[in-house]
Design a protein around this ligand. Structure first.
Ligand SMILES: Cc1cc2nc3c(=O)[nH]c(=O)nc-3n(C[C@H](O)[C@H](O)[C@H](O)COP(=O)(O)OP(=O)(O)OC[C@H]3O[C@@H](n4cnc5c(N)ncnc54)[C@H](O)[C@@H]3O)c2cc1C
Length: 520
C-alpha cells in the first residue's frame, strides 16, 4: 500500500532513520517492519516556536508495495541538422532554453561573451587578487552566467510562470543533489554548480548543439523588421530562425545598442542598497532561539521586509554560511553580491538589504529616457568605487554607526574577498536609500531581536538586484517591434533569479517552437 502523510518532527526524528521509521509507523498505525520505503516529497523548517520542527510530506510504501525511483532524464533529440535558434548568453535562461530546444528538435547555437567555467575561474581568482575586472569574464559573465558562482538558491515565487519541476529535474539529471526536489528552500552551492553547468554543456554538444565562447554580440542582423542573426565583436556572424536574447542584467552594452538604434526598451524599477554581514552564530541563535541548537539544523536564514515612506525595504539573496564577492562587470564600478558553497560553512551570514527605486525617486535622471535608472545605477557604483580609493575594496560601515549617522572607526571582520575600507555610507549613498535603509534596519531589529547590532557590517553597493531596463515583448514572447527576437531572462526584465530565468528560457524556446508549428 502507498500512503501519503504529513508529519511534524523534531530534527533528530527526521534525520535518524530509525526514529523516522518509528514516527511514520506510529502515524499510520502499523509496525515499522512493514515499511518498505519512505519517500519524502517535501520538507521545510518551522522555526516560529522555541522548539524547531521539520514539516514533512512523505509517501510511505508498505507491505507488498515497492517504490520505483523517478527517472529524471530529458528526451533529447539529435539536432545536428535541425533549424537553428541563436541563443545569446549562457546563463540559466540561455542554458535551459538550449536544453529544451533539444527536446523540441531545434538546434541551439549559444553565443557567449565569456569563457567556459574552467577558464572563467582563473579570471575570478585574478579579480579578487589583483582587483582587475575582465569585462567579458567575471562574477556575472561567462558560462553559467551570474548563476555559476552564486549561492545556487533555487527558491522562486514565480511558480505560475513556468514549470519549476522541469528545472529541478534537469539540474538533478546533471548532478545536483536529489534533495533539491524536496527542500522548500533548495540550495546547490557554487562548488557543485560549476560541474553541473559543464555537464549541461556536454548534453547540449553531444546532441548537436554548439557553444561559441569569447563571442560578444554587438549587433543584430535584420531583414526588414525581422531579426535573422547576430554579429559579434570579433566579426563573426550567427544566423538562425530566431534569436533568444538572454544577456542578463549587467549587459549594459546591449541596452546601449537598443537605445542607439531606437529599438524599444523601457526604464524598469529595480532596487539598491547594501550587503549586511553578521556572524552566522548570531543569526543561528536568533532564528533557532538558542545557541544550543541541534546539529541537524542547517545554518539559519532569514527573510525580512518592511515599508518606509513608500519604499519597500527587503532582504535579498540571503546567504547563510556564505561570503561576499565583488560583482562588478567593468572597471571603475563597485558592486557586491553574496554566494556560498554547498556546505554553507563560512562563519558569516550575509544578505542584500535593498530599497525599491523608481524613476520618481531620481527625477534628475529622467532626461536619459529608458536608460534613466541604468545611469543612476552606474553613477552610484562609480561613487562607491571612488569611496573605496579607486579599488575593489568595499566601502563599509558598522550597521549601528550607519543607522546613527556616524563614521566607523573600526570594522568587524568580514568575508569580503577583496577587503573592506571604512567609509561614511550614510553620507555617500543617495539620501532616500540611506533614510529607507536606516529605518528598515531598525524595523528588522524589532522583528529579529539581535539583528540590529554593532557586530554587523554593511558593505556597498548592492546595485545589481534586477535589471533597471526592460526589453518589452508581446504575449508570444517576441520583442514588440523586432520579429523573431525573444528578449529573455533577467536582462529582459522578465525574471529574477536562477529558477525563474531558467523557466523564462524554456518559455521563449517553446514560443519559437509553437510559432514554427512544432508544439501545440
Ligand atoms: C554572486 C551572485 C549570487 C547569486 N545568487 C543567486 C541565488 O542564490 N539564487 C538565485 O536564484 N539567483 C542568484 N543570483 C542571481 C542569478 O544568478 C541571476 O538571476 C540569473 O543568473 C539570471 O539568469 P540569466 O540567464 O537571465 O542572466 P545571466 O545569468 O546574467 O547570464 C547572462 C549571460 O549572457 C552573457 N552575455 C552578456 N552580454 C553578452 C553579449 N553582448 N554577447 C554574448 N553574451 C553576453 C553573459 O556573459 C552571461 O553569461 C546571484 C547572482 C550573483 C552575481
Amino acid at each position: 500500500m502507498k500512503t501519503t502523510i504529513e508529519l511534524v518532527l523534531e530534527p533528530e526524528q527526521y534525520f535518524i532513520e530509525k526514529r523516522l521509521r518509528q514516527a511514520v509507523a506510529r502515524e499510520i498505525k502499523i509496525n515499522d517492519s512493514d515499511i518498505n520505503h519512505i519517500q519524502v516529497l517535501r520538507r521545510s523548517i518551522d522555526s516560529r516556536r522555541s522548539k524547531i520542527k521539520y514539516h514533512v510530506t512523505a509517501e510511505v510504501y508498505t507491505h507488498s508495495d515497492k517504490y520505483k525511483k523517478v527517472e529524471r532524464c530529458g528526451d533529447y533529440k539529435n539536432v545536428e541538422h535541425s533549424d537553428q535558434v541563436i541563443i545569446v548568453g549562457a546563463g540559466p535562461a540561455g542554458m535551459f532554453a538550449a536544453l529544451r530546444a533539444l527536446e523540441l528538435g531545434l538546434r541551439p547555437i549559444i553565443v557567449e561573451r565569456g569563457k567556459c567555467v574552467r577558464d572563467r575561474k582563473f579570471d575570478i581568482a585574478r579579480l579578487a587578487k589583483e582587483g582587475m575586472v575582465n569585462e567579458n569574464s567575471n562574477w556575472c559573465f561567462g558560462e553559467g552566467g551570474a548563476g555559476t558562482f552564486s549561492d545556487g538558491k533555487l527558491y522562486t515565487r514565480s511558480t505560475k510562470r513556468g514549470n519549476v519541476g522541469y528545472v529541478i529535474d534537469r539540474l538533478i539529471e546533471h548532478g545536483a543533489d536529489e534533495n533539491i526536489a524536496i527542500d522548500a528552500h533548495a540550495h546547490i552551492g557554487t562548488d557543485r554548480l560549476s560541474d553541473i553547468i559543464t555537464r549541461i554543456r556536454k548534453t547540449i554538444e553531444d546532441h548537436g548543439g554548439a557553444y561559441y565562447f569569447d563571442n560578444r554580440v554587438t549587433d543584430l542582423i535584420l531583414d526588414g523588421d525581422k531579426v535573422i542573426g547576430v554579429k559579434t565583436s570579433g566579426g563573426n556572424t550567427f544566423e538562425g530562425c530566431a534569436v533568444i536574447l538572454a544577456t542578463g542584467h549587467s549587459a549594459r552594452d546591449i541596452y546601449e545598442l537598443f537605445d542607439r538604434k531606437g529599438w524599444a526598451i523601457e526604464a524598469k524599477p529595480f532596487a539598491m542598497g547594501v550587503r549586511v554581514e553578521h556572524p552566522q552564530s548570531l543569526i543561528n541563535s536568533i532564528q533557532y532561539h538558542s545557541e544550543d541548537y541541534s546539529q541537524f539544523l542547517p545554518p539559519a536564514a532569514y527573510s525580512l521586509v518592511t515599508q518606509v515612506n513608500g519604499h519597500g525595504v527587503f532582504s535579498f539573496c540571503m546567504c547563510p554560511g556564505g561570503i561576499i564577492v565583488p560583482a562588478a562587470t567593468a572597471s571603475e564600478q563597485q558592486v557586491v553580491n553574496g554566494m556560498s558553497n554547498s556546505r554553507r560553512n563560512s562563519p558569516y551570514a550575509n544578505s542584500g538589504i535593498a530599497v525599491t527605486v523608481d524613476i520618481k525617486d531620481v527625477p534628475q535622471y529622467s532626461k536619459h529616457g529608458a536608460l534613466a535608472l541604468l545611469r543612476f545605477q552606474q553613477d552610484v557604483e562609480k561613487d562607491m568605487f571612488k569611496a573605496a580609493g579607486y579599488s575593489l575594496k568595499a566601502p563599509s560601515q558598522r550597521l549601528n554607526d550607519f543607522c546613527n549617522g556616524r563614521e566607523s572607526k573600526r570594522l568587524n571582520r568580514s568575508s569580503y574577498i577583496a577587503g573592506c575600507t571604512t567609509a561614511p555610507l550614510h553620507q555617500l549613498l543617495p539620501d532616500f536609500v540611506v533614510s529607507s535603509l536606516q529605518q528598515g534596519f531598525r524595523d528588522f531589529g524589532n522583528k529579529m531581536k539581535g539583528f540590529y547590532t554593532e557586530s554587523a557590517n554593511i558593505l556597498a553597493v548592492e546595485s545589481r538586484t534586477s535589471s533597471p531596463v526592460r526589453i518589452p515583448r508581446n504575449d508570444d514572447y517576441e520583442h514588440i517591434q523586432l520579429h523573431n527576437l525573444y528578449p529573455c531572462g533577467e536582462g529582459a526584465g522578465y525574471a529574477g533569479g536562477i529558477t525563474s530565468s531558467a523557466m523564462d528560457g524554456i518559455n521563449c524556446v517553446e514560443a519559437i517552437a509553437r510559432k514554427m508549428g512544432r508544439l501545440q
